[in-house]
Design a protein around this ligand. Structure first.
Ligand SMILES: C=CC1=C(C)c2cc3[nH]c(cc4nc(cc5[nH]c(cc1n2)c(C)c5CCC(=O)O)C(CCC(=O)O)=C4C)c(C)c3C=C
Ligand SMILES: [Fe+2]
Ligand SMILES: [Fe+2]
Length: 364
């Protein structure tokens, strides 16, 4: 552990200031092999993401994966890259600004910033900036509705790493998950209904979540259960029966067994069974990204159609949908309780305290 870094001197009488740190996964800076190499090296070196003995893994990662995958992944990113950059970053930035606006309209005086677990803006650098701006309370909101060790816990690790090197810590709070939050489920249902009103109701709704190694379930990770619960609650909201929907897991990485059923083989199977029209939604992704726009909306679509399916609809993530943003604002508002952000009694009281202290010639 390195010693605390030099920080701005303590300012007497400063009022509490609250910040919300909205943390997403991160994404490469450009759709190029070099940028992908940097991004994947950081991402896949995280022991929360790949849980195999370090020495063996570093050998495989640097000896094989980082020689092959960057070029392949760069080609995929190039298919979804926008003029403003990676979709994940564009949406995360927009969501942070919208959340700031909504909380402001509700009378909360808070600063909302986003940070990325891998790549930029880094969590530690963003926390440093917030402290320099005077933040004394930070609520950390990982952009993952379902908790997993690989995602949510890894954000907490990064905040903890920053805390280990920081002298004057802000008060810290963390939101672990919101997989069964009523407003989140209702926002997903609104998205689905709107899509059906415009594009027609499918024979089957596939809810595709990012996968995880199957062994993480036996090791106590709640991710699988939380995905299934989100799926059940969404189906309930939509009035679906068990025949109308399916929960699947996508984005398998490596050779090990991951959570099943896998998304693409399931789409192939149901097309062969005669399902003609399928709609796919990815409720575990708070914003569209490579895994939804390329793997599902392009790759999985081709798989389904080639297997005999006739119609494939991809239902976008919540992104900047008003109901989804309101759900995030409600969630953060609940977690802000006890941190007075709506009025400034502390500021007024502190000013009075300071004036009285100064009159006495005291500093404290
Ligand atoms: C939504 C939750 C996510 C979980 C759980 C998750 C676990 C997980 N991911 C990998 C490996 C990769 N994931 C990649 C991209 C990616 N993953 C998520 C989310 C979760 N991952 C998102 C939102 C994205 C997209 C990022 C973007 O820039 O758009 C990638 C990189 C892309 C590629 O090269 O394929 C890898 C690799 C593992 C191993 C894992 C659990 C152990
Ligand atoms: Fe992933
Ligand atoms: Fe379970």
């Amino acid at each position: 552990m390195s010693p605390p870094k030099t920080e701005a001197p303590y300012v007497h009488g400063s009022a509490p200031k609250t910040a919300i740190l909205f943390c997403n996964l991160g994404t490469p800076d450009a759709p190029t092999p070099a940028a992908l190499r940097r991004y994947l090296a950081q991402f896949l070196s995280d022991p929360r993401v790949v849980e195999i003995p370090r020495l063996i893994w570093m050998f495989i990662l640097h000896g094989i994966i980082l020689r092959v995958r960057p070029a392949k992944s760069a080609q995929k990113y190039a298919k979804v890259w926008t003029s403003e950059g990676s979709p994940l970053k564009v949406w995360t930035d927009k969501q942070a600004k919208l959340l700031q606006g909504l909380l402001g309209e509700r009378g909360h005086r808070v600063t909302v910033r986003y940070a990325m677990r891998y790549g930029a803006p880094a969590i530690g650098a963003t926390l440093d900036a917030l402290r320099a701006e005077g933040a004394t309370r930070v609520l950390v909101l990982p952009a993952y509705p379902q908790y997993s060790g690989a995602t949510t816990a890894s954000v907490v690790d990064d905040v903890a790493r920053w805390a280990l090197q920081t002298r004057h810590l802000p008060e810290l709070r963390f939101i672990n998950h919101y997989h069964d939050d009523a407003a989140y489920i209702a926002a997903l249902a609104t998205n689905v209904r709107q899509h059906w009103a415009e594009h027609g109701r499918p024979d089957r709704l596939v809810m595709s979540f990012h996968g995880m190694p199957a062994r993480t379930l036996a090791l106590g990770d709640p991710y699988h259960c939380e995905c299934l619960k989100t799926g059940r609650l969404l189906a309930e909201q939509l009035g679906l029966t068990q025949q109308d929907y399916q929960v699947t897991f996508q984005s398998r990485f490596g050779k090990a067994k991951w959570l099943e059923p896998y998304t693409e083989p399931t789409l192939k199977k149901i097309a062969a069974e005669g399902v003609k029209h399928v709609a796919v939604i990815c409720p575990g992704f708070s914003a569209d990204c490579l895994e939804t726009l390329e793997e599902i909306a392009i790759e999985a679509r081709n798989t389904f159609l080639q297997a005999g399916g006739q119609r494939f609809d991809y239902i976008p993530c919540l992104n900047d949908a008003p109901a989804g943003m309101r759900a995030l604002a409600d969630l953060t508002e609940r977690h802000l309780q006890g941190w007075p952000t709506q009025e400034a009694p502390d500021a007024a009281a502190l000013k009075g305290q300071l004036a009285r202290a100064q009159a006495l010639g005291a500093k404290h």
